[in-house]
Design a protein around this ligand. Structure first.
Ligand SMILES: *Cc1c(COP(=O)(O)O)cnc(C)c1O
Length: 352
């Protein structure tokens, strides 16, 4: 509390990101970063940006990146919005498209940044419980609403809604904007971007932080009908003309151009995920089916918070959420095969 603060600041409850420890010898499986480095072509493109042209502002519209994304996904450039990480894209989306008289709906177990944006922009919302299998059931969203947002695959559960089910929801909710946050879609899902030309109420948001190993670069994007994108551009141009710097634009373009590297690293993550899921199941864990680069697991005989603390003592960090319904679960990011072995060895030691 401070008398110089604007009144809104007193009421904010900011998002708390997963720990980024200074200690470097840890097996870091807590924030869903990709264990593989970015494409070497992306690194090269960025190194070329360290030049005298840095005295000039970057392209405020990041046209080169929008064109790259548009041709990659088979849409028009005016259907693409880019921002400083998908968190910024989400923030602009909440203000531009999700603030209505009727409540915004999102799942009770979901990305914990959503209620934070609602607090920041004074948006009324209502959470919709996942079913007992931790699935999103579109029938539960047939409530009066101003808009809907959910991640697919959902976080932190990893559960995927098939594209046909996403489509039926977008169809049913034709009077509401439906935002699908596809931060993890490249690890086994089918993107709803394929549907944006059919549904003017659909906005799809993605990030380069997970499947393209560029969490440190901060690039995210949204694809939808030109009029939804226009709303985002209005907010962006009332906030920051240059959210993407020269490194981000060049690195993101090169990352999308290197499809072979992207396909190979995603495949490796998915292979390791299935192997880890099998091994954890053998150890007695309940493992939710995951289409993301993490597993959401619980053990009937072990307290999740205690397990996280014991792993931490062995220099392995995983994510535990102190939240009702999921306090007995751990979210474990998929690492390299070597990190996975270290995790499994540590768990064996704890169980014996
Ligand atoms: C990681 C994540 C994001 C944010 O990604 P950035 O692009 O790094 O800001 C958005 N939504 C969900 C569900 C995520 O898990």
């Amino acid at each position: 509390m401070n008398r110089f603060w604007s009144s809104v600041v007193h009421t904010l409850t900011p998002y708390v990101p997963g720990e980024q420890p200074k200690q470097t010898d840890l097996v870091k499986l807590n924030t869903n970063e990709n264990p593989y480095p970015p494409s070497p072509k992306a690194l090269l493109a960025m190194s070329k940006e360290a030049a005298d042209t840095l005295r000039l502002y970057p392209d405020p519209n990041a046209d080169r990146l929008k064109q790259t994304l548009a041709s990659y996904y088979g849409v028009k450039s005016e259907q693409v919005f880019v921002g400083n990480g998908s968190d910024e894209v989400l923030a602009h989306t909440f203000l531009a498209l999700l603030k209505h008289d009727l409540p915004l709906l999102f799942p009770d177990i979901s990305y914990s940044f959503y209620p934070v944006y609602c607090g920041l922009y004074d948006i009324t919302y209502q959470t919709v419980p996942l079913n007992s299998q931790f699935e999103i059931d579109p029938a539960d969203y047939q409530l009066p609403n101003g808009a809907i947002i959910f991640p697919n695959p959902n976080a932190p559960t990893g559960r995927l809604l098939p594209l046909s089910v996403v489509e039926s929801m977008v169809q049913q909710q034709s009077n509401s904007v439906v935002v699908v946050d596809e931060a993890y879609i490249d690890f086994g899902g089918e993107s709803a971007i394929a549907l944006v030309d059919k549904y003017p109420n659909l906005l799809v948001i993605q990030t380069l932080s997970k499947s393209r190993s560029l969490a440190g670069l901060r690039v995210g994007f949204a694809i939808g009908h030109v009029e939804l994108i226009e709303a985002l551009e209005r907010v962006k141009n009332s906030f920051n003309s240059y959210p993407l710097d020269r490194f981000a634009i060049s690195g993101a373009v090169a990352a999308f151009e290197d499809k072979a590297y992207f396909t190979e690293t995603c495949q490796r993550v998915m292979t390791t995920r299935e192997r880890l899921a099998d091994r954890l199941t053998q150890m007695g864990f309940q493992v939710l089916p995951s289409a993301a680069n993490f597993l959401f697991v619980s053990h009937p005989d072990r307290d999740a918070a205690e397990l996280a603390a014991l792993l931490r003592e062995k220099a392995i960090i995983v994510r535990h959420f102190k939240q009702t319904r999921i306090e007995q679960y751990l979210r474990i990011s998929i690492g390299t095969d070597e990190q996975t072995e270290r995790l499994l060895n540590a768990l064996s030691a704890i169980f014996n």
